[in-house]
Write a protein that binds this ligand. Structure first.
Ligand SMILES: Nc1ncnc2c1ncn2[C@@H]1O[C@H](COP(=O)(O)OP(=O)(O)OP(=O)(O)O)[C@@H](O)[C@H]1O
Ligand SMILES: [Mg+2]
Length: 383
């Protein structure tokens, strides 16, 4: 536990009592020192005074909740009015206690806070365990072939490049390759290369040492290291800068990475699966993508066809989505008339399976017990 208070006597009293109760205490004399400690170490909970020199309790709270949002912070309101305390809770404080602290109340608040931390962690672990990978639904020839390929390549160490339009199920393919591989007990770590600003991608992938650039306030482990022993899924690889491509190439060639600002190499054992909706060879031609990296990544190529190319799968997909969505909403499964499915098969699915799922969700919400062709006509904009 971290105790931040500028009054030595308060720190001492709290420290003594709480050590006696079995807590391990770290003390800080003001918000600034508190923040420094907080960003360096992981605490289970924080007790923080509000009025302090340098960085006050409210400022600490704001910064700390962006660093580690799950750590409960309990404010100690000395000169505090109830308003300050309420504001603190609005800003994300777990609770507040007034000064001088009532011992019983303090201990109960702390116990509850720590219990919450345990629950949050447990829930995260359980959610991961429960979220079995969604089946790849579809009986069409191209989907059958993709499933066969997944089964064949999953147990190998081969790199796989998954291509296809938006929403066709590229990520799903990547998840299954990991799931059916010998690495499935290790993490599957996902990086969306398009979502990370160019100047941060290197640190995101390879990590950085503390102080290696202005905002690097603590050491950070990159995605390659996080995926060690498991699989790294490089999504939207076509959007990666040439600079980052060069570094990824090295990681793949040598099995080594260097954290930004570090001088030693780290060995990593990672299987890479990449995905893109771009035509990478076209990108190579336009000098946006390195040919050598392309060859490294595309040992196995899986192209997921658009939904328009496999409309035979629509009935099965709709049935699956009706099942999933009605379960999510806690209602009994709605039916759908054959004529309504026919209409859905005529539709031009530019957003592919993701769009189909959204449409089925909309129909579940807006239609009666059974979805009719009229529902489809009214609620799906035909194009
Ligand atoms: N064959 C399938 N059976 C069941 N659900 C599927 C299938 N293919 C895709 N989905 C579902 O459709 C949604 C979109 O799939 P996914 O995220 O894998 O697409 P993507 O190709 O990665 O899209 P984007 O290019 O936009 O990232 C997900 O909810 C996924 O579970
Ligand atoms: Mg995707």
């Amino acid at each position: 536990m971290l105790i931040i208070d500028d009054e030595a006597s308060i720190r001492k009293t709290l420290s003594e009592i709480l050590s006696f109760e079995g807590y391990k205490i770290t003390e800080a004399v003001d918000g600034e020192e508190g923040l420094k400690l907080f960003s360096e170490k992981t605490f289970n909970t924080v007790l923080c005074d509000i009025k302090m020199p340098k960085l006050d309790g409210m400022e600490f709270l704001e910064k700390a909740t962006t660093i580690a949002p799950d750590v409960p912070i309990i404010m100690i309101t000395g000169h505090g009015t109830i308003e300050t305390a309420v504001e603190a809770v609005k800003k994300g404080a777990y609770d507040f206690i007034s000064k001088p602290p009532d011992l019983n109340r303090l201990l109960i608040t702390l116990r509850n806070a720590l219990e919450r931390t345990t629950l949050v962690t447990e829930t995260k672990v359980l959610k991961k365990k429960v979220s079995k990978v969604q089946e790849i639904v579809g009986g069409s020839a191209p989907i059958q072939k993709i499933k066969d390929t997944i089964e064949k390549v999953a147990p190998t160490e081969a790199r796989v490049l998954v291509t296809g339009e938006n929403g066709v199920g590229k990520e799903l393919v990547a998840r299954w390759i990991h799931e059916l591989s010998s690495r499935s007990n290790s993490p599957l770590v996902e990086v969306n290369c398009a979502a990370i600003p160019t100047e941060l991608i290197e640190s995101e992938l390879f990590g950085h040492e503390k102080g290696s650039f202005t905002s690097a306030i603590k050491q950070r482990i990159g995605k390659f290291e996080q995926a060690n022993g498991g699989t790294l899924f490089l999504d939207e690889i076509g959007d990666m800068s040439l600079n980052a491509q060069a570094k990824v190439l090295r990681a793949l060639q040598e099995g080594k990475i260097t954290r930004v600002g570090a001088d030693k190499d780290i060995n990593v054992d990672v299987r890479v699966i990449a995905a893109t909706n771009k035509d990478l060879l076209q990108e190579v031609e336009e000098k946006n993508f390195r040919l050598d990296l392309y060859h490294r990544l595309s040992v196995i190529l899986i192209n997921v066809p658009s939904l328009n190319e496999r409309k035979d799968d629509i009935p099965l997909l709709v049935d699956q989505f009706l099942d999933d969505i009605c379960k999510d909403y806690g209602i009994s499964k709605k039916g759908i008339e054959d004529k309504a499915i026919d209409l859905l098969q005529e539709y031009n699915w530019t957003g592919n399976i993701r769009e189909l799922r959204n449409v089925v969700e909309r129909l579940v919400i807006l239609s009666g017990k059974t979805i009719t062709p009229n529902d489809v006509k009214s609620y799906v904009a035909m194009n």
